[in-house]
Every structure is written in structure tokens, then in C-alpha cells.
Write a protein of this length. Structure first.
Length: 752
């Protein structure tokens, strides 16, 4: 027989050991990520007492795929619209935490005398809290519906985004690009491609999925989604970014489509498989010798994360306007590192710029802090209560009142600020689209047209044709750049408010027109030998034609409406199918009261009971505002509404009420029937003898259902089918009946 490849043997060993270890960790109620890391340590070459993998390169290849699918799934959970709606508070918290922890990590590395690049990467690793571990801890502790948990998850999403940017920046630093101009150029490249991919993707991909929707089933959708993920990963690597960055962007694009939830469920098993291999590969790099040698740095780094995240995390959330209690619960929850720290460490190893000891040290720190995460989350409230007793009441009250003051909505925003912000965003977006369109035309279309018109005498004709086509392609973008927001309510209000505003408003139009002319100038300069004056004249004429062209105006408006429709398609579908939360969902006037979703388990004892019978308001203090059931929404349900398994209950209350409600929902379950195999239903024939106690009794009087827990199916009278047994018919000697019931009940019945 032919021998199995090492890859299959390694995969079998990894999955079997990971399966056994994760079962143990599941039993101990520990995060599965830790189980994977321990499994990797057990099958690594560093563990001499157990079997180890034969080919580490193949495992690392699968691990790279795992990183790609992990970030793809993260992108599916991410929405740029949600980030924009968050406001400045999560951004302030995230940037403050990352900056403080990065500096703290760099300082600790310098204290131990490590290399500068080790210190830089260590700072990046210590700044990244684990989305997976925190989400799992919140779920296990029953805190996911509480308000502070939502704040933490918002910051973690932004941290994951900045981690992608940090990876690009660290790559640039590792390659020696330390100059300020080169760093700015790297950031601008990230922003350029990020905006370009999102705009083009949101415009094209939902349109494609909408066109082929009737042809797509679950299998095809999975293949198409993973194909798009891998294609964007390849394209991302071709333009100088990581494949993980491209996978994340594609996930973010698909997150705005109607199919996002289906894709997320279909991709989850693939993500779990490859993600498990990635975390197992992380555990393989743990070397016990290094752990013993660097025991003191490991313990100091653990203390750095626990204390640093607790202090700086609390400070950052308070800086963003949260109360002291809420900020402490948020800060203490983030006191660990996880998957992105491993990814950053893997990046440093692949680039060959960090020492070999740093990876296992970071893994050890992550394992320890992950074990401590639930305890840190629980510790926040006692620490706050202790501070409340020690600090002056006036100081505590002023700190706790920050949140109410920071979230008050101010009226009358500056028209100038709003108008200039909108104009700047539009100009940047349309400039990126115009630049990308020109690059595509000059890279692909120009050589093709020149090949159709060979020879020097036709060279200028080819350039002219390409130039005209390029201008036609970018015309909708240039028109939108110059004309958009010129008739907005803000523009009109400022124009009518004062004559002093009119000259600056005209200046904003002039600036955007000059930017548009510069693109025409570049096209003419690239394709011709005209003088500058002539090129500027042509540019002005073209811009005027574009502005006053009805075709260009219609085309520009059509493209923008299609983009907005694609961007809002998921929200529209959610409203149609009743999945959209009510407007009051996020926060009520009282800050402690908010709305959260609770799913009724399939084995819940509440199923079949009405809201009146459950009396949830009196027992737990929560109010059910809506019931989501299989795509339908029941708003403001009355007491006669019955609970079904799988219902999503939207409840209104505070954190303490939600905790009690969640505990009751998890506790009041049917559980698993230990004797289910003994309770199989069987069908038997029963002949009524002369001495049977049932002779002369009706079906109801016999007690076959009530006393023996059996049911008479029918009466056998020699016909092809059984005859129905009327409830008022009396049993007679010689009757042949068929009865169904559990085996033990049937045995008791037959003995009678």
C-alpha cells in the first residue's frame, strides 16, 4: 500500500489531539483558543513525550490560510456604517489605549535590554486585546447583553481595524522605511486602496449577487464567497499589502450585502477548521526551555498587561465620556492579548526582524492573561466599590456624571463645519475613483488601442481615442466632485444668511473645479505634447461641458443612487423582514436602561407559555418590546402571545435585570433525557381475552391512556386498513386491537 503523505498524518494528529484537549477545556469552561494552543504544544517537536508533526512548513501554510479566513469572518461581522454611527467616543478610547499600551510595551522591552525591533513589535502585540477571548468570556459569564459589553466590542472592532494598519506600518518599519515622508506615504497608500476597494466592491459585488441570486444555493454561495475572499487576498498581496488585509476588506464588503448572514453561517465551519489549525500552530512554537529562561519577563509582561489595560483602559473610556464604573468594567475586560498579537508576532518572524524567543514569550503571556480574563471582568465591580468608599463622594459623582453630559445631543451644528466635511469627503472619494479609473485606462486600454493602431503616424490617434474614452469614464466623478453639495440645505442656508458667506462658498466651488481640471491636465500632459496654456484651456472647456452636460449629470446621479442602494441593501432587507431594531434600541433617556436580544433555547421550559403566564416583568423587571420569529416581528406583544423555541426576545431593562433574566433563561431548560433510548415508542397487537379487565368497558373507562400511558391505534376487523375504535364502543372478547406506547408500559398492559 502507498504511504499517506505527511500532510494527512499531521492533520490527523492535530485534529485528534485538538479535539480531545478542547473537550477537556469545554468541560472546564475555558476558552477553546487556549485548548488549541495547549494541543499545539503537545504535538510540537518541543514536546519529546508525545507524537509530533512531521512537516512544520505545511502546518504553517494551513495556519496562514486560517489567518486569512479568520480576518474574512471578522470583516463579515464588521460594518463601516456602524463605525461611523459610533461617533468619536470609541475612536478616542481605542487610539488612547493603543498608544499607551504600545509605549508601555516598548518601555518594558527596553528595560530588559531587548533589540529595538523586538521592543517595537512587543508594543504592537501588547496593544491588541483579543476580540475572540473577550466575546467568549462575556458569553460564558452572561454579560454579552449588558451595556458596557457593547462599548468594549465597539472598541475591539476598531482595534482590529487599526491592527491591520499597524501590520502594514510594522512591515514598513521592518524594511527600513523609518522616514516620516515614507510613513505618510504608506498611510496614504492604505487609505487610497481601502477607500477604492470599498467603493468599487460595494458598487459591483451586491449588483453581481443580486443578478445571480436565483442561481445561488448554499453550496454555490459558499464557493463564491471564498473565491472572492481569496481573489481579494491575492490582489492585496500584489499591490504590496498582506493577504489577510485583502480578506478583511472583502469580508467588510460582503457584510453590506443582503446575503451577509447566510455567508457568515456558511463560512463559520471553514473558519473554525483553519482557525483551529492556526492556533495549534501557535502552540507549536512554545518552547519550555525559553519559558523557563524568560520566566521573569513573562510574569512582568503579564503584570504590565493586567495593570496597564486596567489603568489606561479605564482612563481611555473615561476620556471618551464614560462614567467611572462603566469605564472600569470596560478597562478591566480588555486585560489580555490574543489572536492579533500572534499574527503580529508571526509577521515579525516571517520578516526575520524579531528574536526567536519573543513568539513563545508572547504566547505564554497570552495563555496566562486569557485564564485571568473572567476574574478580571468580575474584579472590576469590587474594585470600583472599594474606590467608591475611599474617594470623596463629590469626586465620584462628578466622574459618574461625565457619561450623561457627554452623550447629550447638541443642536445647531455649524453649517460651515458640516458643509466643509461633506465636501472634503466627496472630493477625496471622487479623486480616488478618478485616479483609479485613469490608472486602469492607461495601463490596459491605452496599450490595447495602440496595438489596434500600429505605427508612429497612428500613435497620436490612439492617444486621442484613449484620452476621449478616459474623460468619458471619469466625467461622472468630476461632475459630482464639482457640483455635489452646491444645492444642499447647508449651502443654501449659508448663502441666504449673509453676503459675506457668498465669496467663500464660491471659493469652495473654485477649489473643487481646479482639482477636477488638474485631472484633465494630467491626461493631456500624459498623452500629448501641447503647451500648458492650451492644456489648461482644454481642461476648463471640458469641465464646463461636463458640468452642463445632461448625460453626465444623469449618469452621475444614477451611479450614486445605485451605490447608496447597494450600501443600504442589508438595512432595507432587515426592515422588510422585521429584523431591524426599533429606533429606541440603542439608548433610552435613562442611561442604565437599554435594549438587548435574548434567544429562547430549543429546550426551554418557557416554550408554549404566554407572556402573562411567565410574568417576566414582575419576576425580573424586564419588559418585552418585540418578539422576532422566523423573519417576522411582533412589536409590543400582549400577555396572550406564546413563546416558541428559537424566538428572539427584545427586552428593555438595566444590566442587573438582564443578568437575572439571562440566568433564568439558561437555567429553566428541559435538559437531556437520560432514559431517551428506553422510552422508544413501539407498536403491538393485543387480543382481548375473556378474562381481560377491559371487557365490557369503553375506551375511556378502560384507562389505557390514563393509567397505562398507551394509545389505541385501531381495531383489526380483517380489512385492509385498521378500523377506528369509537370512544363509546365497549371492548368485547376476541377484539384485536393495536396499541402504541413505551415498551415497559406495553408489557404492563399486555399482562392485564
Amino acid at each position: 500500500m502507498a504511504e499517506l503523505p505527511d500532510l494527512i498524518e499531521d492533520l490527523a494528529l492535530i485534529l485528534v489531539v485538538a479535539g480531545v484537549v478542547t473537550l477537556i477545556f469545554k468541560k472546564l469552561k475555558q476558552p477553546l483558543v487556549l485548548g488549541y494552543i495547549v494541543a499545539g504544544f503537545l504535538v510540537s517537536p518541543n514536546m519529546p513525550y508525545t507524537a509530533s508533526v512531521a512537516d512544520m512548513e505545511n502546518v504553517h501554510l494551513w495556519a496562514d490560510i486560517g489567518v486569512m479566513f479568520l480576518l474574512f469572518s471578522l470583516g463579515l461581522d464588521f460594518s463601516f456604517k456602524k463605525i461611523l454611527k459610533m461617533g468619536a467616543s470609541p475612536v478616542i478610547s481605542t487610539c488612547t489605549t493603543i498608544f499607551c499600551m504600545s509605549m508601555l510595551g516598548f518601555s518594558v522591552g527596553s528595560f530588559f535590554g531587548w533589540e529595538r525591533m523586538d521592543c517595537i513589535f512587543l508594543g504592537g502585540m501588547l496593544a491588541m486585546s483579543s476580540t475572540t477571548i473577550i466575546y467568549k468570556a462575556f458569553d460564558d459569564l452572561g454579560l454579552r447583553q449588558q451595556q458596557f459589553a457593547g462599548l468594549v466590542m465597539s472598541v475591539l472592532i476598531l482595534e482590529d481595524i487599526l491592527a491591520i494598519v499597524m501590520m502594514v506600518m510594522l512591515s514598513a518599519i521592518a524594511q527600513g522605511n523609518l522616514e516620516g515622508s515614507q510613513m505618510i506615504e504608506s498611510v496614504m497608500r492604505i487609505g487610497f486602496f481601502l477607500i477604492l476597494w470599498l467603493i468599487v466592491g460595494i458598487f459591483a459585488i451586491p449588483l453581481f449577487l443580486r443578478t445571480v441570486r436565483s442561481l445561488i444555493n448554499a453550496e454555490v454561495l459558499l464557493v463564491v464567497s471564498l473565491g472572492l475572499c481569496c481573489a481579494m487576498a491575492v490582489f492585496s498581496s500584489k499591490v504590496g499589502f498582506s493577504s489577510a488585509f485583502g480578506a478583511f476588506i472583502m469580508g467588510s464588503i460582503l457584510a453590506e450585502t443582503v446575503e451577509a448572514e447566510r455567508i457568515e453561517k456558511l463560512v463559520e465551519p471553514v473558519k473554525n477548521l483553519f482557525g483551529a489549525i492556526f492556533f495549534v500552530s501557535v502552540g507549536m512554537l512554545v518552547d519550555p526551555k525559553i519559558l523557563v529562561e524568560y520566566a521573569i519577563p513573562i510574569m512582568l509582561l503579564v503584570l504590565t498587561i493586567l495593570i496597564g489595560q486596567s489603568v489606561f483602559g479605564t482612563f481611555s473610556f473615561m476620556l471618551a465620556g464614560e462614567s467611572l464604573k462603566s469605564a472600569m468594567r470596560c478597562g478591566f475586560s480588555m486585560a489580555q492579548i490574543g489572536e492579533f498579537s500572534f499574527i503580529i508576532a508571526s509577521l515579525g518572524l516571517s520578516l526575520g526582524v524579531i528574536s526567536d524567543f519573543l513568539y513563545p514569550v508572547v504566547v505564554a503571556v497570552s495563555v496566562i492573561t486569557t485564564f485571568l480574563t473572567p476574574y478580571m471582568i468580575r474584579l472590576a465591580t469590587p474594585v470600583y466599590n472599594n474606590l467608591e468608599h475611599r474617594l470623596p463622594n463629590k469626586l465620584i459623582n462628578s466622574l459618574n456624571s461625565l457619561s450623561m453630559n457627554s452623550h447629550q445631543h447638541t443642536q445647531g451644528h455649524s453649517y460651515w463645519k458640516k458643509l466643509l466635511t461633506q465636501m472634503t469627503v466627496n472630493t477625496v472619494v471622487y479623486s480616488i475613483l478618478t485616479s483609479a479609473a485613469i490608472a486602469v485606462m492607461f495601463t490596459f486600454v491605452l496599450p490595447f488601442v495602440r496595438s489596434l493602431m500600429p505605427g508612429w503616424e497612428l500613435h497620436w490617434y490612439a492617444n486621442g481615442v484613449t484620452g476621449v474614452l478616459t474623460v468619458l469614464v471619469i466625467a461622472p466623478f468630476l461632475r459630482a466632485m464639482v457640483m455635489k453639495k452646491n444645492r444642499s440645505p447647508e449651502f443654501r442656508a449659508l448663502w441666504a444668511e449673509s453676503n459675506r458667506n457668498r465669496l467663500p462658498l464660491l471659493f469652495t466651488i473654485l477649489v473643487r473645479a481646479i482639482i477636477a481640471i488638474s485631472f484633465i491636465f494630467y491626461i493631456c500632459n500624459y498623452l500629448s505634447r501641447f503647451t500648458n496654456a492650451l492644456m489648461i484651456t482644454i481642461g476648463v472647456i471640458v469641465i464646463l461641458l461636463i458640468i452642463f452636460s445632461r448625460w453626465v449629470k444623469h449618469r452621475s446621479i444614477t451611479l450614486e443612487r445605485l451605490f447608496v442602494q447597494n450600501l443600504r441593501s442589508r438595512d432595507i432587507a432587515a426592515q422588510v423582514y422585521g429584523k431591524k431594531r426599533p429606533l429606541y434600541a440603542d439608548r433610552l433617556l435613562d442611561r442604565d436602561i437599554h435594549i438587548a436580544d435574548f434567544e429562547v433555547p430549543l429546550d426551554s421550559k418557557w416554550m408554549g407559555q404566554s407572556l402573562k403566564q411567565l410574568n417576566l416583568g414582575k419576576k425580573y423587571g424586564v419588559h418585552i418590546s418585540s418578539i422576532l420569529r422566523s423573519g417576522w416581528r411582533i412589536n409590543i406583544p400582549d400577555g396572550d402571545n406564546v413563546i416558541f423555541p428559537g424566538d428572539i426576545l427584545q427586552a428593555i431593562g438595566d444590566d442587573e435585570q438582564f443578568s437575572a433574566f439571562r440566568e433564568a433563561l439558561d437555567r429553566e431548560r428541559l435538559g437531556v433525557d437520560p432514559d431517551s433510548e428506553k422510552r422508544l415508542m413501539k407498536l403491538r397487537q393485543l387480543v382481548i381475552s375473556g378474562g381481560s379487565p377491559f371487557v365490557g368497558k369503553t375506551l375511556i373507562e378502560s384507562g389505557i391512556r390514563d393509567h397505562y400511558s398507551c394509545m389505541v391505534i385501531g381495531l383489526e376487523e380483517g380489512k385492509q386498513n385498521l378500523s377506528a375504535f369509537p370512544p363509546n364502543r365497549k371492548f368485547k372478547e376476541g377484539d384485536i386491537i393495536w396499541v402504541v406506547g413505551e415498551e415497559e408500559s406495553l408489557d404492563t398492559l399486555i399482562k392485564e
